[in-house]
Design a protein around this ligand. Structure first.
Ligand code: ZN
Length: 115
């Protein structure tokens, strides 16, 4: 009784180590624009971080063209399809549903508590 969308969300939050190089570069690029760009003319460290993480690779930029939400969804769908067996998902011992976080010990579906 688990929801695939919940698994996709879990992958987006906790399994980005399974993203490929382009996808990882896309995350870094996004962080650079959001976190480092606003400070890059004021703080040297931020300027360096911006330079290091910004990508000019068209393939990376292509991944982000529909926005970060869409990017995470697609990349996580790919991981879901291609790396599902390698994922260490935190699942409910009772109903096997996906937990909200890797450390959660209560099931959102059946409410089972495994503390
Ligand atoms: Zn459960």
């Amino acid at each position: 009784m688990e929801n695939k969308e919940d698994i996709i969300e879990y992958i987006s939050s906790y399994c980005t180590n399974h993203y490929n190089e382009l996808e990882k570069a896309a995350i870094n690029h996004h962080i650079a624009q959001v976190k480092f760009l606003p400070y890059k003319n004021k703080v040297k460290k931020m300027a360096d971080a911006y330079e290091r993480n910004t990508s000019t690779n068209p393939k990376v930029l292509e991944l982000l063209k529909n926005g970060i939400e869409e990017f995470y969804k697609r990349a996580s769908e790919r991981v879901f399809k291609e790396n599902f067996e390698e994922l260490k998902l935190n699942r409910c011992p009772k109903c096997n549903g996906i937990a909200r976080t890797p450390k959660a010990k209560q099931c959102r579906y059946c409410k089972y508590d495994w503390h």
